[in-house]
Design a protein around this ligand. Structure first.
Ligand SMILES: CC(C)(COP(=O)(O)OP(=O)(O)OC[C@H]1O[C@@H](n2cnc3c(N)ncnc32)[C@H](O)[C@@H]1OP(=O)(O)O)[C@@H](O)C(=O)NCCC(=O)NCCS
Length: 327
């Protein structure tokens, strides 16, 4: 018989217990152990499952807008799996989200995480979108050498004609700029031709003008690739930098960043990638780090998914599903 499971809001004294099983969940480690303190302080719900007084499971809900709840970081202690703990945590999160007025809950699940998919499906979540993940290591010094003039500017004019074999930039050049609030409708209109959701760093919202304005207000960098006529030809959500030892490369300290939901035509994607390489290489050099890796994700089946490999990106053998539950 399964033990009694109690689900309640998380507390500061849960953190040391939760950290014992949320640091090395996956082959690559886990981010949850380090996020717990912030999750307790930030708006949103942190749910903890307890069995016989011991915290054995956790999940977190962020509210991306008044009606969108984002479920993340569900972890159950390996000794307590398959007893209904994950389901109980998710049910508590659903109830909490309904009480806060959310109309939809979403979660991103790795394509090979069959346990989490099975659990989510059994609760009523359905897959609504699929993203492909790519990455690329920057060779030392490469980006700065290519465009030294870019070093002092975030408004990089890329003229990368001939820079990458097989892809030619527009003659007129494309400027990569931080999206201004007034250009949000233009970007959203363009993005909606191919995307349903936009975001980065494991958080995607349904694409809307209000959503992108909220991203900007939250400090997320949304980049637009504009041609000389002012038309937006593509864009991406630029993630937060994180620095970690790269275990595949002998623990080399590596700065990483993600181009989320990258979309657009060939010249636009090429410009966005080129811009990101420059900015990331600058960051690496400024912080005195030996290595940099650029991640990119795009909606499966879009033009970006065939262009990125030609720009030196390798598929990460990872697809990410976005799953949704109407509340
Ligand atoms: C995914 C996870 C949270 C599930 O937690 P759990 O407490 O074991 O889940 P539950 O006991 O509530 O399982 C509910 C249903 O999910 C499915 N499921 C869960 N684990 C499964 C497994 N190993 N194989 C197949 N189906 C599984 C089953 O349908 C199960 O119902 P059943 O036991 O009646 O057949 C847990 O395995 C875990 O912590 N994994 C590591 C972290 C992770 O992957 N998090 C998700 C990130 S998106």
């Amino acid at each position: 018989m399964n033990p009694e499971i109690i689900v309640r809001p998380g507390r500061p004294d849960d953190v040391p217990f939760l950290q014992t099983f949320t640091r090395n969940t996956f082959e690559w480690g886990d981010y949850v152990a380090d996020a717990l303190e912030d999750w307790l302080k930030e708006p949103g719900d942190l749910w903890v499952a307890e069995v016989q007084g011991k915290p054995v499971g956790v999940n977190h809900v962020r509210y991306l807008s008044s009606d969108e709840a984002w479920f993340e970081g569900i972890r159950v202690h390996p000794d307590y799996r398959r007893m209904g703990v994950g389901t109980r945590l998710t049910e508590a999160a659903i109830k909490g989200a309904r009480e806060r007025g959310a109309k939809v809950a979403r979660v991103a699940i790795d394509g090979d995480n069959y346990k989490s998919q099975a659990m989510s499906r059994s609760i009523g979540f359905v897959p609504v979108d699929e993203l492909v993940v790519f990455s690329k290591d920057l060779p030392a010094g490469s980006a700065n050498e290519r465009t030294p003039a870019a070093a002092d500017s975030l408004n990089v004019k890329t003229r990368a004609k001939g820079d990458v074999e097989g892809i030619t930039m527009d003659e007129e050049g494309i400027a990569v700029v931080d999206l201004s609030p007034s250009d949000v409708p233009l970007l959203v209109n363009e993005a909606l031709r191919t995307l349903k959701y936009g975001g980065c760093d494991y958080t995607w919202r349904r694409l809307s003008i209000g959503g992108v304005l909220t991203d900007l207000a939250d400090g997320v960098r949304v980049m637009a690739a504009k041609d000389s006529s002012g038309a937006i030809r593509g864009g991406t959500w630029y993630g937060a930098y994180f620095v970690e030892p790269d275990h595949e490369r002998g623990g080399l300290m590596t700065v990483m960043v993600e181009l989320g939901s990258i979309f657009g035509d060939e010249p636009a994607i090429m410009a966005l990638v080129h811009w990101a390489e420059i900015i990331l290489a600058e960051k690496r050099d400024k912080d005195g780090l030996p290595a940099a890796r650029l991640f990119a994700n795009c909606r499966a089946g879009t033009q970006a998914s065939s262009i990125l490999p030609r720009l030196g990106f390798s598929p990460d053998d990872r697809v990410l599903g976005i799953w949704e539950l109407e509340l």
